[in-house]
Design a protein around this ligand. Structure first.
Ligand code: VGL
Ligand code: ZN
Length: 206
């Protein structure tokens, strides 16, 4: 069965010390590095916002990071400025060794439209625009996608849910994922939602 590895948003701003730090985020890197040599098809999503993006609290008067606001007619978490295009924060983590992928890595950028956020590597949050990832995978006859990265409760979750909806067999490796956890149990709830959608939640040693 043809399978692909999806590395979700393993970028500096999501690591400890970064603008939107995911606690223990660096733990996903050795898991990804160990998996890379074992996949012929590897995709990396990259959160890639223009300065002043609508998901940034700084773009909404009176809003602080972590509060709720609205964007594109949908409820939107107000995030600190993060992953601004061409900045060091938006770069992939240096210790993520993409050169281990035997046949290279295809990068899919998201969050480029200032008026809508895009957690999933497949679609924006309104499911209006497509990144091309679904077609890229289907053109290569991929049946199974294996997902690691950050954040479990946002971009990983929505990537996994969209992949399941598109008909892929989805495997989430939980030791290769970490969450933001604005609420302490957000990552656990996200995994429950993914399981309910048919995602297999397991670990990288299987
Ligand atoms: C993400 C919040 C905002 C993520 C991206 O990669 O999970 N979370 N932008
Ligand atoms: Zn973002």
């Amino acid at each position: 069965m043809t399978r692909a590895l999806i590395l979700v948003d393993i970028q500096n701003d999501f690591m400890p010390g970064g603008a939107l730090a995911v606690p223990d985020g660096f733990a996903v890197v050795p898991v990804a590095n160990a998996l890379l040599p074992t996949f012929d098809l590897v995709v990396a999503s990259q959160d890639w916002h223009p300065a002043g993006h609508g998901s940034f609290a700084s773009s909404h008067e009176g809003k602080a990071p972590g509060e709720m606001g609205e964007l594109a007619g949908m409820p939107q978490v107000m995030w600190p400025d993060h992953c601004v295009q061409e900045t060091e924060g938006a770069a992939f983590v240096e210790s993520l060794d993409l050169s281990r992928a035997p046949k290279g890595v295809e990068v899919f950028q998201k969050g480029t439209d200032p008026r809508i956020d895009s957690y999933s590597a497949f679609f924006d949050n309104g499911h209006r625009k497509d990144t091309g990832l679904g077609d890229w995978l289907k053109a290569r006859e991929v049946r199974q996608v294996v997902i690691v990265g950050v954040a479990t409760d946002y971009c990983v979750k929505f990537t996994a849910l969209d992949a399941a909806e598109l008909g892929f067999d989805v495997v989430l490796l939980e030791d290769g994922c970490r969450g933001v956890n604005l609420q302490p149990d957000d990552s656990e709830k996200a995994k429950d939602e993914m399981r309910a959608a048919g995602v297999t939640v397991t670990t990288s040693d299987t």
